[in-house]
Design a protein around this ligand. Structure first.
Ligand code: NAP
Length: 254
């Protein structure tokens, strides 16, 4: 039986680990060719090898999302390798912690450069290829933190995640003329390597705050991205889908 994304090429920035790896896994299982982008090519290659399926390819590429030139070069290489680019998941991101009183201008800029400017650069670099696709899709990984909630230590991060959504709404209008959609998945707390440094206490407290009493898994975000990428989602653009096990819903601590 033909798989859902057979013949499609999906790019995932930050696909070497964490949520990006989950997105890459889901698209690969659904038959897509997947191009993983990260700065660390060795880890990207390891992940690509692990996700390889029989009839489709998973390749690793290196690019830094803070450099438009580096993304443009990689986009051209991916296009040459696969002959087209249909779906781009702008997922690469960082979440270092610093309260506002101790946060430096450099720390603020670093987070905006990767999370917010990186999203703009990713869309800009891949737009010419995605516009040529039968049906083109951009999917952003935003967050509940910033657009919906706040968390001490993440003012810079929350601002960058809200900025992605502001960018998305105008991008949706500009891309609509080419029938390309752009939407965002807003994860709650998802268990990834990126949370390793936050410690068990944080992870337990977070799990307790989620009505499902567990953190999300990366596949949860992969399946949400696959929904936005589906042919059936062709009239949905500029929207966000919260995937958080109900974390943002309680009016009070239960
Ligand atoms: P992660 O496990 O730390 O993975 C981050 C990925 O991004 C890696 O592949 C990393 O590879 C790549 N990356 C970082 N900076 C990059 C750059 N400048 N250029 C290219 N690639 C870069 O993080 P995660 O938890 O999966 O988070 C992924 C996304 O989900 C982020 O946008 C984050 O804000 C969002 N999110 C996560 C959670 C959560 O609970 N985990 C919740 C809400 C939203 P290299 O370092 O090799 O480049």
């Amino acid at each position: 039986m033909r798989k859902q994304f057979e013949g499609k090429t999906v790019v995932v920035t930050g696909g070497s680990k964490g949520i990006g790896k989950g997105i890459a896994k889901v698209f690969s299982e659904k038959g897509a060719n997947v191009a993983i982008i990260s700065r660390d090519l060795t880890l990207g290659q390891e992940t690509a090898n692990a996700l390889q399926h029989n009839n489709n390819n998973v390749n690793a590429y290196t690019a830094d999302v803070t450099s438009l030139q580096s993304l443009e070069k990689t986009a051209q290489t991916i296009f040459n390798d696969f002959g087209g680019i249909d779906i781009v998941c702008a997922n690469a991101g960082i979440f270092p912690s610093a309260t506002i009183d101790e946060m430096t201008e450099e720390q603020w800029d670093h987070v905006q450069n990767i999370n917010s400017k990186g999203t703009f650069f990713t869309v800009k670099a891949f737009m010419p290829y995605v516009k040529k696709a039968e049906y083109g899709r951009f999917i952003l990984t935003s967050s509940i933190t910033g657009p919906i909630t706040g968390y001490s230590g993440w003012a810079h991060y929350g601002a960058s995640k809200a900025a992605q959504l502001g960018f998305m709404r105008t991008a949706a209008l500009e891309l609509a003329t080419d029938h390309v959609t752009i939407n965002a998945v807003s994860p709650g707390n998802i268990l990834t390597e990126g949370l390793d440094g936050l410690g068990d206490e944080y992870l337990h407290a977070m799990a307790a705050a989620i009505p499902f009493k567990r953190l999300g898994i990366v596949d949860d975000i992969g399946h949400a991205a696959a929904f936005f990428a589906s042919k059936e989602a062709n009239f949905i653009t500029g929207q966000t889908l919260v995937v958080d096990g109900g974390q943002i819903l309680p009016e009070s601590i239960e």
